[in-house]
Design a protein around this ligand. Structure first.
Ligand SMILES: [Zn+2]
Length: 286
């Protein structure tokens, strides 16, 4: 404020609850992505990497309130007072009413969960009927350097900076299989959703030739660009398109504006990366 010297302060993100990791491996396979509506698509917990048969531990002290099957998936629920933790697929070694301590073994990890590619533990965190982000309770690398005179910096976005910066918004829904909680239907979310308000200009991720420009069913107004490396990117739910098929576009050239056309509940950009015509996870390839 009074000096050009920048005082750096260690800022700790407060954690409302403090949980222990339930598995030895502290690796997150898939992050929390709560649905906008109670029964809408989304991801209500976090998926943690694990192996079949390994021990699962209670994240905090509590009382077992459920041990059995939910829609065919072995489930354990522990009540911690103000919050509950849920574990799937976990073959219980505890019974309803058992009091468990922090880190106490409650069962073993089952072979598969529909939302995981490989074996993983789906860990949920509930307060009343609301799903909260378990990672906030688990902590992790949440220490970062901030200037006391400025806004806290965004956490580094690995090597997907170009994608995150495309329309200036964060990823609100990742690529991958989503499971409908009622029907159990598995459906591939074939791109990533980037938050952006209606009318935000959409730049091409890189240069190429426009291979589609029009209305495409659930995708709404869509632009698809083929790039020199044989890959393609597409931009869906647009409110406007500013290039046509055959047009050459340069890196970062505006190809349209963010909208909510097609099957969409609000303005956002559905971004897809296609290799040999097949949608792949942009986070893993951009
Ligand atoms: Zn989408």
């Amino acid at each position: 404020m009074h000096s050009l010297l920048l005082a750096l302060t260690l800022a700790f993100t407060p954690v409302s609850a403090s949980w222990d990791w339930p598995l030895d491996d502290q690796r997150v396979e898939r992050r929390f992505d709560p649905p906008a509506e109670r029964y809408g698509p989304g991801h209500r917990g976090v998926d943690l990497s694990g192996s079949p048969g390994e021990a699962v531990h209670a994240v905090a002290a509590g009382t077992v309130t459920f041990a059995g099957q939910v829609a065919g998936v072995a489930t354990v629920t522990v009540d911690h007072g103000d919050e509950r933790s849920t574990y799937q697929p976990v073959l219980a070694e505890v019974e309803v009413g058992d009091v468990v301590g922090r880190g106490q073994r409650i069962g073993v990890l089952g072979a598969s969960h529909p939302s995981c590619r490989a074996t993983c533990l789906n860990l949920g965190r509930l307060r009343g009927d609301d799903y909260l982000d378990p990672l906030e309770a688990l902590g992790g690398e949440r220490v970062r350097l901030v200037s006391p005179d400025g806004p806290p910096p965004e956490p580094p976005a690995a090597d997907t900076g170009d994608l995150i910066d495309l329309v200036g918004g964060r990823i609100t829904s990742p690529f991958g299989i989503r499971v409908h909680p009622i029907t159990g239907e598995r459906k591939l979310h074939d791109g990533v959703d980037l938050a952006a308000s209606c009318g935000t200009p959409v730049p091409a991720l890189s240069g190429g030739t426009v291979s589609y420009s029009g209305f495409r069913g659930a995708y709404g107004e869509q632009i698809e660009i083929r790039h020199a490396d044989g890959r393609a990117t597409s931009y869906s739910h647009l409110s406007g398109r500013s290039v046509g098929v055959g047009d050459a576009v340069s890196d970062g050239e505006i190809v349209g504006t963010v909208g909510s056309t097609g099957r969409s509940t609000g303005c956002h950009l559905h971004f897809m990366l296609l290799i040999d015509g097949t949608p792949v996870d942009p986070m893993a390839h951009v």
